[in-house]
Design a protein around this ligand. Structure first.
Ligand code: MN
Length: 392
């Protein structure tokens, strides 16, 4: 049986805290409903100490979806942990997620604390959180720029203090897959079965998904990610990409999630409607062009057999169908198919003429709308009727 990987969604926390992505409590509830339908294992709903809205959102999500594990974020101090615990008081499956930075660069410039102080605060925070719930996650912020010996020391200490999940974030998107895999493998070996090792990758170098996949090959079993990859700066690992990479390459990645992939596209669409921007058109899985073909050679192959140019069935991620974009790179095959789909089947001779005029027009434009294609086809069919021949 394939190993289970837990999907920890932080769209409503890391995603929501980034520019243009803030959501009201009502909006978070709508998004949470969709994420629950999608099948995420853990829903991080906010950072309660940060605002009243975050605190209310955590409470509202936990009460609305009692069967889902709901996480609240807290720095490693008493005030934050109490705020998280309070917002989770009605939760049936609460998780307190506490964090502190462990890299020297953060210790020196941000926290102005020694390694020993940070270690002590991490342990104290986990102990305190465990007084409120059994499910405590600890994150070593900036883990990938932390001295690995110290990171291992902190990881062992927080597990001894009661953390069940140890998250080793690539907070600044600095790591590369092989390096990250080795770091994860080291901590997994050190912790054994005593805790789940988790990853949280940022996309500053465009490696968030690759690093997350490398991490599970190194033994991590929880991936923190967001819909459309939203999040601080360049964003987090995109949930839809992680999940579809696992599903599509099960031959090399024998891991299972509970994600119902048919909900991926609707989930992405809902998020876009709630925040100020959507995924770029060429975004994997959920972008507008993710299943669109324009080049003639591609369209011809695709129409003969879909799998020539598609590694996933668009329906498997909830995209209604593949799109053939008719532009200057398109061929006769796709044009004929479109005319037929639009109720205007053409003879071979008519098609030749329509194709000729179509390429002239497409050369000057970025792609032709269906109305323009119908217009061209109708024109040619009319001419054929009148004269029996057409001028090209
Ligand atoms: Mn983050």
């Amino acid at each position: 049986m394939a190993d289970r990987v837990y999907i920890f969604d932080t769209t409503l926390r890391d995603g929501e805290q980034s520019p243009g992505c803030s959501m009201t409590v009502a909006e978070k509830l709508r998004m949470a409903a969709k994420l629950v339908e999608l099948g995420v294992d853990i829903l991080e709903a906010g950072f309660p100490i940060a605002s009243q809205g975050d605190s209310e959102a955590v409470d509202a999500v936990a009460r609305e979806f009692p069967w889902v594990s709901v996480a609240a974020l807290a720095r490693s101090n008493r005030g934050d942990i109490l705020a998280a615990a309070t917002s989770l008081k009605n939760a049936r499956r609460p998780r307190i997620h506490t964090f502190i930075a462990t890299s020297d660069i953060h210790l020196k410039h941000k926290l102005k604390k020694s390694r020993q102080q940070v270690l002590d605060e991490a342990v104290a925070a986990v102990r305190l959180a465990r007084e409120y719930c059994d499910d405590v996650e600890f994150s070593a912020e900036d883990a990938t720029r932390t001295d690995p010996d110290y990171l291992e020391q902190v990881s062992r200490a927080v597990v001894a203090a009661g953390a069940r999940t140890v998250n080793l974030p690539d907070t600044v998107g600095f790591s590369i897959p092989e390096e990250y895999r080795a770091l994860i493998a080291r901590i997994v070996k050190a912790l054994g079965d005593s805790a789940v090792v988790s990853v949280h990758c940022h996309d500053d170098l465009g490696l968030a998904v690759a690093n997350s996949l490398a991490a599970i090959q190194g033994g991590a079993r929880q991936i923190e990610c967001t819909i459309n990859g939203i999040g601080e700066r360049a964003g987090n690992a995109a949930l839809e990409e992680v999940v579809m990479a696992l599903n599509t390459r099960r031959d090399l990645l024998p891991f299972e999630t509970r994600i119902v992939t048919e909900h991926l596209f609707p989930c992405s669409q809902l998020l876009t409607s709630l925040i100020t921007f959507g995924p770029q058109p060429n975004k994997a899985i959920v972008g507008e062009n993710a299943f669109a073909h324009e080049a003639g050679i591609h369209q011809d192959g695709f129409l003969k057999e879909r799998t020539t140019y598609e590694i996933m069935d668009p329906k498997s991620v909830g995209v209604p169908e593949s799109k053939l974009v008719l532009g200057k790179h398109s061929g006769r095959h796709a044009l004929a198919k479109r005319c037929e789909d639009l109720g205007m089947p053409l003879t071979k001779e008519q098609l030749d003429t329509v194709y000729h005029r179509f390429t002239e027009l497409a050369d000057r434009k970025k792609g032709l709308r269906n109305e323009e294609i119908i217009g061209l086809a109708r024109e040619v069919v009319e001419e054929t009727k009148q004269t029996g021949v057409t001028a090209s």
